[in-house]
Design a protein around this ligand. Structure first.
Ligand code: NDP
Ligand code: MN
Length: 377
């Protein structure tokens, strides 16, 4: 017996932001990041559409990349003052993730952060408000997932919060919004989409439902990511990548991930390598590591793409996107072989413990994790 979780509605395609005009309610809190949504006019547009629907808005902005517990608490207080019946998150994965937890605290003001860290410890939401997510990057798929990643900045720990309760009610997947991303963010977040789709497809928790979404998303990334990166105004490519992100998100929110993510989470934490970039570098190595264990699945992907080797096809894709083949080739990474040796043991042990390791098709040892880091460094 299994459950496949998805949002109530996915509004998609150019100008789907206009779906806000049809909302019923009285007050909405809009949660956003630093400045991009304001700068490109999407925030004002959202407020105008809500006004047309007779809904009064309040803005909670300033959510930082890798949002902190402090930011979430501040947002909760502003929500308690305003008493919204809609929470609308518009921005990158950071703004969406932060808004999900502000919402939980707004619904249950006595809740402490410690209370919701355990899997399935989230109380019922939607007594006060429903939740809309409007992604501005085509990558994390927070608009669709049961996940939120919040950082305890004092103890430098990233907490993944997992609950079916925080799957948004409505996702608005409007390609005009991520079309303002610069090329390198498009490339990195796009490779995160590919990692989600490939890992969900070969996951030990994959299902017929997740397979269909994951395989289609893989095909879309190979065809459209190079176009979205080389010409940011190619609206077909932008729309395909935005949809692929959400589809891959539906797949991995249900089927979970594998050790590309386990390894990327820890090397990201230690060396501050952007999540999508770390995934892009690790993906071909992990495909090779998993190949025999999930041979039938990989062959399906290779057949769909018309390639002999998926690992080599990913390497070619990285090259097309100007993504380097190894960590030590990242030009801003100021790190020596010696420094790397020093963190290798800790990183490999931590990556082995990551929850994403549980659904990897080939069960790895700590030594295996070490070997993949060494090969990809
Ligand atoms: P962020 O939300 O962290 O945003 C990164 C940067 O991109 C910010 O400076 C932001 O600017 C800018 N930006 C966002 N959208 C645009 C745009 N359309 N045009 C120009 N600039 C833009 O990036 P991600 O989406 O990659 O999210 C990363 C976060 O998501 C991490 O905290 C990660 O842990 C989490 N995550 C969550 C998952 C989930 O399932 N919930 C899964 C994987 C990762 P500004 O702040 O000014 O808007
Ligand atoms: Mn990811």
């Amino acid at each position: 017996m299994s459950t496949f979780l998805i949002p109530r509605n996915i509004e998609f395609g150019e100008n789907s932001l206009e779906a806000l005009k049809g909302l019923e309610g009285e007050r909405a809190v809009l949660v956003t990041g630093g400045s991009s949504m304001k700068r490109f006019g999407f925030l004002d547009q959202a407020v105008d559409y809500l006004k047309e629907a007779g809904i009064e808005s309040k803005i909670v902005d300033g959510v930082e990349p890798n949002p902190s517990v402090k930011t979430v608490i501040k947002g909760k207080e502003e929500m308690l003052d305003f008493n919204p019946d809609w929470i609308i998150a518009i921005g990158g994965g950071s703004a969406l993730d932060a808004a999900k937890i502000m919402w939980a605290f707004y619904e249950h003001p006595d809740l402490e952060f410690e209370d919701i860290i355990e899997v399935a410890s989230m109380p019922k939401l939607r007594n006060k408000a429903k939740f809309i997510a409007i992604p501005s990057t085509s990558g994390t798929a927070s608009e669709i997932t049961a996940f939120s990643v919040i950082t305890d900045t004092e103890n430098k720990i990233k907490y993944p919060i997992v609950s079916p309760e925080i799957v948004p009610d409505i996702a608005i997947v409007d390609p005009k919004i991520p079309a303002t991303m610069p090329a390198h963010i498009t490339a990195n977040t796009g490779m995160d989409v590919l990692a989600h789709a490939v890992e969900a497809f070969v996951s030990t928790a994959a299902s017929d439902y997740s397979d269909a979404l994951a395989l289609k998303a893989i095909e879309m990334v190979f065809e459209y990511l190079p176009k979205a990166v080389s010409n940011g105004d190619d609206m077909v490519a932008r729309e395909k990548m935005h949809n692929a992100s959400t589809m891959a998100g539906m797949a991995f929110s249900n089927a979970s991930l594998g050790i590309v993510h386990s390894l990327a989470h820890k090397i990201g934490g230690e060396l501050h390598v952007t999540h999508g970039l770390a995934n892009a570098i690790l993906l071909p190595y992990v495909i090779e590591f998993n190949y025999e264990a999930a041979k039938e699945k990989f062959e399906i992907v290779e057949k769909a793409l018309g390639v002999d080797s998926l690992a080599d096809a990913v390497r070619d894709l990285n090259k097309k996107l100007d993504i380097v083949p190894s960590f030590n080739a990242i030009d801003w990474l100021d790190y020596t072989e010696k420094d790397f040796e020093n963190i290798l043991d800790r990183m490999s042990k931590n990556a082995h413990q990551d929850p994403c390791t549980l659904t990897n098709p080939q069960e790895p040892t700590v030594e295996d994790m070490k070997q993949i880091y060494t090969d990809s460094f």
